[in-house]
Design a protein. Structure first.
Length: 555
C-alpha cells in the first residue's frame, strides 16, 4: 500500500502482470490479453484502496443515508401540491421504481466492486462515451451540491443563533474536507452514527404523528382521517379544476419524491473500499424495498394525517425545521419541544449529505481518470488510500457557498443548482440503460445470472424497462407547467431541460472525438469479471449469536 501512496494508481491499460501477486499471475495468464488487463487493473485497485467500509456501514448507509432535507423539509410541499393521497401515491410509485434501480446497481456492483459506480459499469458494459458524459454530469452535480449542503447547514444553525453565515460555511467546509481525506472508515463511522440519529427521528416523529392523530396531544383533539375528507385527498393543482388538476398535483409530487430519494445508489460509489462487497452490496440492495416502505411511504402517509394540505405554512421556505410538516403538526397540537430536536437531526443530515457527496464525487472523478476521461492527476491517492487530488477539487468548490451571503451572487448560485436539478433522473436513466445492456449481454453469452453471478436482481428485465420508461416520461414532463398559458418561467424551463442537451453534447462529442463505439453484446467483459469473482471467494458470514439475533438493521 505504501508504495502507491502519493502516486498515480495505474489504469487497467498500464498495468503489467508483474504487478500482481504470484497466485494472481497464474490466473491472468489463463484469461488472455483482455482478461489480463481487466484482472490486473482490478487487483491493483483493490490493493491500493483500504477496505474500511464494513458491512454494517453499507447496510446503514443504504438504510438511512438518503433520508434528509428531502423527507424532513420538502415533504410538506408534496402535501400542499397534491394532497395526502396524491403524495402517498407519488412517493410509493417512485419508491417502487427506486427499488428497481437499487437491484440493478446492486447486481453490477457485486460483480464489479470498483470505485466510481455507474461510471465504471458504463465503460465496461455499454459505451465509454456514456461513462464520460454521465460521469461529468455527476461531477458537476456534486461540485454544486456540496456547497449547497454546507450552506443548508449554516442556515439551520440560524434556528438557534444568528451569526454571519460565512463562519458556519467555513467550519462545516473544513470538517467535510477533513473527513474526506482521512481513512474511509472515518466516513463510515460518521454515516453510521448519522443514520442511527435519522432512524430514531423518523420513528419518533411517526409515533408523534400517530399520537396526535389519535388525540393524545396537549390539545386532546382527535384528527383521524379528518384532513382526507376536508380539504380532501387531492389538491386542485395550479387552480385547475377537476380530475386534470388532481392528476397534475400527483404528477408534480413524483418529481418531489425523486429529490427525496436522490443519492440512494451511493452504496457502490466506493465499492473498492468496501470489505466483502459481494455480500455487503447485495444485502443492502435486497432490503431496500422494505426500508423504503418503512422510512418513506409510511412517513409521508403520517404527514398527510396530521397536517391539512391547505395549511399556508407548508409552502413557507425557511431552510430550518420551522418548515417541516412535523413541526407544523406539533405546533398545531401544542407540542413545543419538537422543533429543536428535528432541527438538530436535520443539521446532521445536511452534514451527512455533504460527506456522502464528497465521497461519491471524488470516487466518480477517480473512476473517470482511471479510464482516461479526466486528467491523470485525479488518480493520485494518499497513504490513507484516498484519492486526495479529487477530494481537493471538491473542497475548493465549497467556496461557492460564500455566494449565498450576497443577494446578487445568491441568485447565480441558485441558477447553478437549477442546472443540475434533474441530474438524478439522468443518472438513473444511465443505470437502467447500462443494466439492460448487461442483462442482454448475459443472454447473448449464455451466462446464467442466478448461477454464475454473486447476485442476480429480481423481476428482470421487466422492472428495469418499466423504470426506464417512467423516468424518460418524468424527464420530458419535468417542466410541463411552464408550457401552460400564463405560466411561462425561464428558470423553470432551464432547470427542467438544460441537462438533456448537455448530456447529449457530452455523449456525441466524445464519440466524435474518441471514435468510441457501443461494445457489442458478445464482447462485454462479463466472463472476465465472473472469473475474478469465482477465484476470489469471500469468507462466509459468522452466524448471529445471543442478542445479535435481534438486530434487524444490519448484518
Amino acid at each position: 500500500m505504501s508504495s502507491l501512496s502519493g502516486h498515480d494508481l495505474p489504469s487497467p491499460e498500464e498495468v503489467i502482470p508483474g504487478d500482481c501477486k504470484d497466485e494472481e499471475k497464474a490466473m491472468v495468464t489463463e484469461l488472455g490479453s483482455r482478461s489480463e488487463l481487466i484482472a490486473n487493473g482490478y487487483y491493483e485497485e483493490r490493493q491500493a484502496f483500504r477496505q474500511g467500509l464494513r458491512e454494517r456501514h453499507i447496510q446503514m448507509i443504504a438504510l438511512a443515508g438518503t433520508i434528509g432535507t428531502g423527507l424532513f423539509l420538502s415533504s410538506g410541499r408534496a402535501i400542499a401540491n397534491s394532497g395526502p393521497l396524491g403524495s402517498f401515491l407519488g412517493y410509493s410509485i417512485v419508491g417502487l421504481s427506486v427499488s428497481s434501480i437499487m437491484f440493478a446497481i446492486g447486481e453490477l456492483g457485486a460483480l464489479v466492486p470498483l470505485n466510481g459506480g455507474i461510471v465504471r459499469y458504463s465503460e465496461y458494459f455499454f459505451d465509454p462515451a456514456l461513462s464520460f458524459a454521465n460521469g461529468w454530469n455527476l461531477v458537476y452535480s456534486y461540485l454544486v451540491s456540496i456547497p449547497a449542503e454546507v450552506t443548508a447547514a449554516a442556515v439551520l444553525i440560524e434556528f438557534w443563533i444568528t451569526i454571519n453565515n460565512a463562519v458556519w460555511i467555513t467550519i462545516f467546509g473544513v470538517l467535510m474536507t477533513a473527513t474526506a481525506v482521512l481513512l474511509v472508515r472515518v466516513y463510515g463511522e460518521l454515516e453510521f452514527g448519522f443514520s442511527m440519529l435519522k432512524i430514531m427521528l423518523v420513528i419518533g416523529i411517526n409515533i408523534m404523528a400517530l399520537v396526535i392523530t389519535c388525540g393524545g396531544g396537549p390539545n386532546h383533539e382527535s384528527i383521524g382521517f379528518q384532513y382526507w375528507k376536508s380539504p380532501g385527498p387531492f389538491v386542485q393543482y395550479l387552480g385547475i379544476k377537476g380530475s386534470l388538476g388532481r392528476f397534475l398535483g400527483f404528477w408534480t409530487t413524483m418529481n418531489n419524491a425523486v429529490y427525496s430519494y436522490s443519492g440512494i445508489e451511493v452504496i457502490t460509489a466506493a465499492a473498492a473500499e468496501t470489505r466483502n462487497p459481494r455480500r455487503a452490496i447485495p444485502q443492502a440492495a435486497r432490503r431496500i424495498f422494505i426500508r423504503i416502505i418503512l422510512f418513506y411511504v409510511i412517513t409521508i402517509f403520517m404527514v398527510g394525517l396530521v397536517v391539512p394540505s391547505n395549511d399556508p405554512s407548508l409552502l413557507r421556505s425557511t431552510g430550518t425545521a420551522s418548515q417541516s410538516p412535523f413541526v407544523i403538526a406539533a405546533t398545531r397540537a401544542g407540542i413545543k419541544v419538537v422543533p429543536s430536536i428535528i432541527n438538530a437531526v436535520i443539521l446532521t443530515s445536511a452534514w451527512s449529505s455533504g460527506n456522502s457527496n464528497m465521497l461519491s464525487g471524488s470516487r466518480v472523478l477517480y473512476g473517470l481518470a482511471v479510464h482516461g476521461h479526466a486528467p491523470k492527476v485525479f488518480r493520485r491517492i494518499n497513504r490513507f488510500g484516498v484519492p486526495y487530488v479529487s477530494v481537493a477539487l471538491f473542497s475548493v468548490f465549497i467556496c461557492l457557498g460564500y455566494m449565498t451571503i450576497s443577494s446578487t451572487a445568491s441568485t447565480v448560485f441558485n441558477w447553478l443548482q437549477d442546472l443540475v436539478s434533474v441530474s438524478t433522473i439522468i443518472n438513473w436513466l444511465s443505470i437502467c440503460v447500462v443494466y439492460l445492456r448487461f442483462y442482454y449481454g448475459c443472454k447473448k453469452q449464455n451466462i446464467d445470472r442466478h448461477r454464475d453471478l454473486p447476485y442476480a436482481a429480481p423481476w428482470q428485465p421487466y422492472a428495469t424497462w418499466a423504470t426506464l420508461i417512467l423516468y424518460i416520461v418524468l424527464l420530458l414532463t419535468g417542466g410541463y407547467s411552464t408550457f401552460m398559458r400564463g405560466k411561462w418561467s425561464n428558470e423553470t424551463f432551464v432547470s427542467s431541460y438544460i441537462n438533456i442537451p448537455i448530456i447529449l453534447l457530452l455523449y456525441f462529442g466524445f464519440k466524435l472525438w474518441k471514435k468510441s463505439k457501443i461494445v457489442p453484446l458478445d464482447e462485454l467483459p462479463i466472463r472476465q469479471f465472473i472469473e475474478i469473482y469465482q477465484r476470489n471467494p469471500e469468507p462466509a458470514p459468522k452466524p448471529k449469536r445471543g442478542l445479535h439475533r435481534l438486530n434487524i438493521l444490519w448484518s
